[in-house]
Design a protein around this ligand. Structure first.
Ligand SMILES: [Zn+2]
Length: 77
């Protein structure tokens, strides 16, 4: 019988905007179309305003945020 011992290390998950900048996009809930992700949140609202002009019935949207995270290794247990 093989017995193995595993050691675990504490890790802390923290936002890592240096790995990938945080970006957001707006998506229309009516048809699923979405703006390009942008680091400037106002880009999405401008896209939604244009989308509403082109599609007068499309009144509901959701914001999709992409935020990078990274585990930072800590002490061995
Ligand atoms: Zn739409």
């Amino acid at each position: 019988m093989v017995r193995a011992t595993y050691r675990f290390r504490e890790h802390t998950l923290t936002p890592a905007p240096d790995d990938e900048p945080t970006s957001s996009a707006l998506a229309c809930k009516g048809c699923g179309e979405a703006s390009e992700p942008s680091t400037d949140a106002t880009d999405g609202t401008a896209w939604a305003a244009d989308h509403l002009k082109a599609n007068p019935g499309h009144l509901t949207y959701r914001e999709i945020i992409t935020r990078s995270y990274r585990f930072k290794p800590g002490a061995w247990q």
